[in-house]
Design a protein around this ligand. Structure first.
Ligand SMILES: [Zn+2]
Length: 87
């Protein structure tokens, strides 16, 4: 069974950041800022952000400390912020 966030987000056909088309075969990755799947071009831009590293650290720490989360698979969700995936 796929996780909730995947059903809602993983198969977007448009990058919410730049409105570029995303095809099923295109890699996408979750933003650490708004947790939307964005295209790799936007991810590279995000990585240039001055607070990118502290934000990702913060995000991971927050998730580790939360015992209950609305994202069923915490590790999987976290993982997809740092590893591109396909629909
Ligand atoms: Zn984009």
């Amino acid at each position: 069974m796929r996780e909730k966030w995947e059903k809602q987000l993983a198969c977007l056909i448009e990058c919410p950041r730049c409105n570029g088309t995303l095809e099923a075969k295109d890699e996408r990755i979750l933003s650490i800022y708004d947790h939307q799947p964005i295209c790799m071009v936007c991810k590279r831009e995000e990585e240039q952000g001055a607070d990118y590293e502290s934000r990702s650290k913060q995000m991971i720490e927050q998730w580790i400390s939360e015992t209950e989360t609305h994202y069923g698979d915490l590790a999987g969700f976290c993982y997809h912020h740092f590893n591109p995936f396909k629909c």
